[in-house]
Design a protein. Sequence first.
Length: 126
Amino acid sequence: MRLDYTITMPGLLELKNMFDLSKELDVEILTKIMFTFSNDEILSPLAVPKELLHTIIDEALAYMEPLATRKQKALIDVLKNLKQRETFTATEKGKERQERLDKIRRQDIKKILGRDRRMLDWWTSI
């Protein structure tokens, strides 16, 4: 068994939990990043401002790296690589699209992002 983890913008808040699950189950965690062709795709981690994105990644790496085994190497490598990628400015159009989808799905992205005040503040500022 392996975990297959695609990192999304809200998924940034689950990095430590996914790492812990991989450790608990003693399984490899295959990791990739949600790709986007447009800055309207606000669920991409690349929509998060670089400074905030790097802070979240650095916090996760500080927790993970001392505890990691080869089974979590892909997660750590992808996070380090993510810091090298260019981010983009999220658009109001993308935010509005996500909020419309939230109503259909009966979810609230603000509630999810509320777990990290920095992420919620960024979302609110768009």
